[in-house]
Ligand binder design. Structure first.
Ligand SMILES: [Zn+2]
Length: 319
């Protein structure tokens, strides 16, 4: 009450506001928190692989959440009401694309009523746009006979070079949405690419002894992985992507495996092991439950650990 004549005046309030800002600013600088005008971007990724790559580039300037868990079949994810809430609040939605999420994501996007994250919106990113896509259909695009890969193979993140392409695509989008942090995202991307190049050399030297190794996989999840590491996928437990095994197809596959001396059957964690185990008993091959995604096993907490895990599995099986 000493400054009775000034305390309520606009001038006095202004002085106090400046003083408070100086104190807050000083505390922030002292604690190493960078002063930024923009807030954190709220990013939703459909898979944990994409979430991991967004985290690599976005660092502490983004909050990232994944919808599907890495141990779930990404073609058939159970849609939860909580997904809609996440999409409603999102500044950016990153999808695998190539129709991978077509069975579950579109109705959630509609129900989110978030115009930003709809296809064509500024906050929608199809991560496949700059990636190398294998098994592109040559005829008309159709989901005929249940084939769930009508737009080329959507499991393209399993080639580390595609991980690099996805990260670059993410960096461009983050910089566009939050230009004030463009330099930060570019520096994060450069650091990620350096670590990825190092890891690729390590992974390739561990896989080098198995160049040309013939394998069978349950679903067509591994063409990009096989192409990068030089494995030869000669057959599939599924007659077509998304179609369960049939006795006639299984019999044919076993004959093919015996003829070609196939020693490994790679199975995704969400498929029944009954048929792969029966094939293994008949042919003498080994069944490996491989992780197709980050989060496929508890220890696979990021994109690097995904390759570490799968390569360890293959190398130990062939020792
Ligand atoms: Zn698939």
């Amino acid at each position: 009450m000493r400054d009775n004549d000034l305390s309520g005046s606009p001038f006095s309030l202004w002085i106090r506001a400046v003083a408070v800002l100086c104190v807050v600013g000083g505390v922030l600088l002292a604690s190493g928190v960078p002063a930024r005008a923009a807030g954190k971007l709220n990013v939703v990724a459909t898979t944990e692989d994409l979430a991991s790559l967004v985290r690599e580039v976005g660092g502490d300037r983004v909050d990232v959440e994944a919808l599907a868990r890495g141990y779930q079949d990404p073609h058939f994810v159970e849609a939860k009401p909580s997904f809609i809430l996440k999409l409603t609040r999102a500044d950016l939605l990153v999808v695998v694309g190539r129709d991978l999420e077509i069975g579950w994501l579109p109705p959630l996007m509609t129900q989110s009523r978030n115009a930003k994250v709809q296809p064509g919106g500024a906050g929608y990113l199809d991560a496949s746009q700059n990636a190398q896509i294998l098994e592109m259909p040559t005829g008309q695009l159709t989901r005929a006979m249940g084939d769930v890969h009508p737009q080329g193979n959507p499991h393209y993140w399993l080639d580390p070079e595609n991980g690099r392409r996805i990260a670059r695509t993410v960096q461009q989008k983050l910089a566009q949405l939050q230009p004030a942090d463009a330099g930060y995202f570019a520096q994060r991307l450069a650091d990620f690419e350096r670590r990825l190049t190092e890891a690729q050399q390590r992974w390739q030297s561990r896989m080098a002894p198995f160049k040309g190794l013939k394998v069978v996989t349950y679903h067509r999840s591994w063409p990009n992985f096989a192409s990068f590491f030089g494995l030869d996928v000669v057959g599939y437990v599924e007659p077509k992507p998304g179609i369960p095994p049939s006795p006639a197809h299984t019999l044919e596959l076993m004959q093919l495996m015996k003829r070609q001396g196939v020693k490994l059957i790679l199975v995704e964690p969400y498929f029944d092991l009954k048929t792969p185990n029966a094939i293994a008993r008949e042919t003498g091959a080994k069944v490996l439950v491989m992780a197709p995604s980050v989060g496929g096993e508890k220890e696979i907490t990021d994109y690097f650990k995904l390759f570490d895990y799968d390569i360890n599995l293959i190398v130990s099986a062939l020792k």
